[in-house]
Design a binder for this molecule. Structure first.
Ligand code: AMP
Ligand code: MG
Length: 419
């Protein structure tokens, strides 16, 4: 079995390339989180990033209440199984009972306030409701009762004055519920990040049109737009750009002027038809270019005026993988999210894989085998095979020089955690 380890690039093995780790560090060091905020209804705040610490002005729960349908009692009255107590009152949720006299019980329902005097609730399954023949109800408690049993204490979830959530938290459904539980209806969040996109390539056309010889559909636009929408960005889509320096300079200038960040696809290699990197160098700064990874070696990163720039490769799987590894973390940091790093978990490989001189990201699916989660490999790992990403649940990260043998422990990046 092999341990997961992160290696830096052996410069002799991959001259001129930087490691995924170094690239991530370099990219994130350039982030300048948006400062502007806006108020939104909590119902509209899914995936938004909290701009301030929020404190509760109330206890949640606001009062001691019953965790069960059953009988509220004084535990002192139920120190032996079989105690019989008259039922003095009935307290449904939403009503407040009266003082519970010693030697009596109150019929009570989940969420109802514990009456004063009582210190425990017995679940109804442990009780027999009795009629003493005089029209008065009694209850037989078939257990010994401990003080505090089945009582939810005031403030046990959130105490009044405590911090509910901190600035920089990206809000998931459970956070929306949490904010509502302390009575908040409107909150201050960071404004949305504006991301401009364009897609280079003379061969690229938009779906809906018929393909001519040598043309392909602009699938990257749809993958990238989906990713940006999932990350709650405002998108400025500048469309398809022909492979000329003039057109690339023109669109890059427009993109940089209209957004916080520019993300493009294609045209970042060393081919004669690749103009994105050259345009970036002319209009701004290129701070990083080639990464020792597969898929996705060429990723151009830099700045044009105040806009950050990330030129993703053209191959559809490379776009997807490099977005998840680099653009995602950068977007999160720009949005002001504290926790912006990619999470890896350990799973077992159900395949062999040879070592190479770049860090690899294999498309895999998890399945249960002998009570363990094992990763199964998609049959075709080409960077143009987008069905591999659609088939997969996540990526296996193979470090430089790591050879995988079936049964090895490997590092897995689940897609669900990534957008
Ligand atoms: P490039 O990086 O521009 O050389 O593109 C690499 C490969 O990705 C080529 O096979 C392109 O045809 C393909 N490609 C580039 N842009 C797109 C796009 N927007 N949608 C789908 N495939 C693309
Ligand atoms: Mg191209």
């Amino acid at each position: 079995m092999k341990n997961i380890e992160t290696k830096t690039v052996d410069c002799c093995a991959s001259p001129g390339l930087i490691s995924v780790e170094q690239a991530t560090e370099k990219i994130l060091s350039q982030a300048s989180p948006v400062e502007e905020t806006e108020s939104v209804d909590v119902l509209d705040a899914l995936n938004r990033v909290l701009a301030e610490d929020l404190h509760s002005t109330i206890d949640v729960p606001g009062y001691d209440n019953s965790a069960m349908d059953g009988y509220a009692v004084r535990s002192d009255d139920c120190q032996a199984s079989g105690s019989e107590l008259p039922v003095s009152q009935r307290i449904p949720a939403g009503q407040v009972g009266s003082f519970l006299e010693a030697g009596t019980a109150a019929r009570i329902f989940t969420g109802a306030p514990i009456p004063e005097g009582a210190d425990a609730v017995v679940m109804q399954e442990m009780c027999d409701a009795l009629d003493n023949g005089k029209g008065e109800n009694k209850v037989k408690i078939n257990t010994v009762v401990k003080a505090g049993a089945n009582v939810r204490r005031a403030g046990e979830d959130i105490a009044s004055g405590s911090t509910v959530l901190k600035a920089g938290k990206r809000l998931r459904p459970q956070e929306l519920g949490l904010l509502a539980s302390v009575g908040l209806a409107e909150i201050k969040v960071k404004r949305k990040l504006k991301v401009a996109t364009f897609f280079t390539g003379d061969e690229i056309i938009t779906p809906g049109q018929a393909l001519a010889a040598g043309q392909i559909y602009n699938s990257n636009r749809y993958t990238l737009t989906g990713l940006l929408q999932a990350m709650d960005c405002e998108i400025v889509d500048l469309g398809i750009v022909p492979d000329t320096l003039e057109a690339t300079l023109d669109v890059l200038q427009k993109a940089a002027a209209s957004a916080d960040m520019v993300i493009t696809s294609g045209g970042v290699s060393v081919g004669e038809e690749d103009y994105v990197r050259i345009a970036l160098e002319k209009l701004g700064q290129l701070t990083m270019w080639r990464i020792a990874m597969k898929p996705g070696k060429p990723v151009a990163f830099g700045k044009v005026n105040n806009a950050l720039f990330m030129g993703l490769p053209g191959n559809p799987v490379s776009v997807f993988v490099t977005f998840l590894l680099f653009a995602r973390s950068l977007i999160l940091k720009q949005q002001g999210v504290e926790d912006c790093f990619v999470k890896r978990v350990s799973v077992i490989a159900d395949f062999d894989w040879p070592q190479i001189k770049r860090q690899e990201y294999l498309r895999v699916r998890l399945l249960e085998k002998d009570k363990q989660m094992v990763a199964q490999l998609f049959s075709h790992q080409g960077s143009g095979v987008l069905s591999s990403a659609s088939w997969a649940d996540g990526l296996i990260e193979v470090s430089i020089g790591q050879a995988i043998k079936e049964g090895d422990k490997v590092s897995y990046l689940p897609f669900e955690g990534l957008y």
